[in-house]
Design a protein around this ligand. Structure first.
Ligand code: PEP
Ligand code: MN
Length: 337
């Protein structure tokens, strides 16, 4: 962190300020420039609130030279993190393909979709039991019964299950029941939830918030990691822009950005990004080509009658086609399916 002082600051004022800054647990390197003093703050600046430093009357400007996230930062952890889920890896050479319905609806529906995505080569099963719906009158998910149905689908197929947690009060139940705990876009900055899932032993799939920057997203990963859980998988799922033709705008550039800034794996959700079935394939191809570590895709056995997100859900046949089509793209970027 670099602190530029106002030109009229005297040497005495500067020394008092430097002492005050040292009380925050850092070292201060003093430089005298032509127009005034510049203080270099050295050490762990992650606990220093930039706005607090800006409030000192002698301070003209404060600039961070290092990112505020440490555990999620590639600088301190140069090698890619590979997250292990029941022997399946996310972040290694093999792509992770997670597929399944938006929400668990009936025993027949989840069993049928689980079997078909497995046969097409998916490595994990998704399905929401607790649904974050915009309307309180919309289907909220089967809740605990949905979790039970996911467990049955896992027992039948062997596919690990990925499902969304909405409240810290479900941490114990999820710890026991699920293989990957999804924190949805709407909860990306639910800091109480992040701290609680940070105490879990299960990997966390952290979706990017609807209107959050990459740095805010990595700070949310940092919350989980700072609580003790370093198995975080990031998921780009589209962000809000002025475009309304698509549900969201898939930020493809987030993939190389995350790869540069962080060692955590990143997967892409083309379904919630597009909101339109016909775009799921091209966005998946683009995501893999850009270096994503996998995909999470919505698939439904009867999209026209789905209780949630039918318009963006692929049929099992379309999902099979997607798997066929991403294979050569994966190979062309040195990855395997
Ligand atoms: C979902 O994956 O079912 C979901 C609700 O996604 P998001 O949080 O990205 O909107
Ligand atoms: Mn959905």
């Amino acid at each position: 962190m670099v602190v530029v002082l106002k030109p009229q600051t005297s040497r005495e004022q500067m020394l008092v300020l430097a002492e005050n800054l040292k009380k925050l647990g850092v070292n201060v390197a003093i430089t005298e420039g032509v127009t005034g003093y510049v203080l270099g703050i050295l050490g762990d600046t992650s606990k220093i609130d930039q706005e607090r430093v800006e409030l000192f009357p002698e301070v003209e400007k404060v600039m961070r030279v290092q990112e505020p996230y440490k555990k999620a930062n590639r600088k301190f952890h140069p090698n890619d993190t590979i997250v292990d889920i029941c022997g399946r890896q996310i972040g290694g050479n093999k792509l992770a393909i997670i597929a399944g319905p938006c929400s668990v609806e009936t025993p027949e529906q989840i069993t049928s979709v689980a079997n078909s995505v497995k046969n097409s080569g998916a490595g994990l099963l998704r399905g929401g039991a607790f649904k974050p719906r915009t309307s309180p009158y919309a289907f909220q998910g089967l809740e605990d019964e949905g979790l039970e149905l996911l467990k049955v689908a896992r027992a039948n197929t062997g596919l690990p299950i990925v499902t969304e947690i909405m409240s810290p009060k479900y941490v114990e139940i999820f710890e026991e029941a699920v293989d990957v705990v999804q924190v949805g876009a709407r909860n990306m900055q639910n800091f109480d939830l992040l701290k609680e899932v940070g105490k879990m032993s299960k990997p966390i799939l952290l979706k990017r918030g609807l209107a959050n920057t990459i740095e805010e997203w990595l700070m949310s990963a940092e919350y989980i990691m700072a609580s003790g859980n370093e198995n975080v998988i990031l998921c780009e799922r589209g962000i809000r822009t002025y475009e309304t033709y698509t549900r969201n705008t898939l930020d493809i550039s987030a993939i190389p950005a995350i790869k540069k800034l962080s060692h955590l794996p990143i997967i892409v959700d083309p379904s919630h990004a597009a909101g339109r079935r016909e775009m799921v394939l091209p966005l998946s191809l683009a995501a893999i080509a850009a270096g994503a570590d996998g995909l999470i895709v919505e698939v439904h056995n009867d999209p026209a009658n789905a209780k949630c997100d039918g318009p963006q859900s692929l049929t099992p046949e379309q999902f099979q086609d997607l798997m066929n089509r991403i294979k050569p793209i994966a190979e062309s970027v040195g990855r395997e399916l």
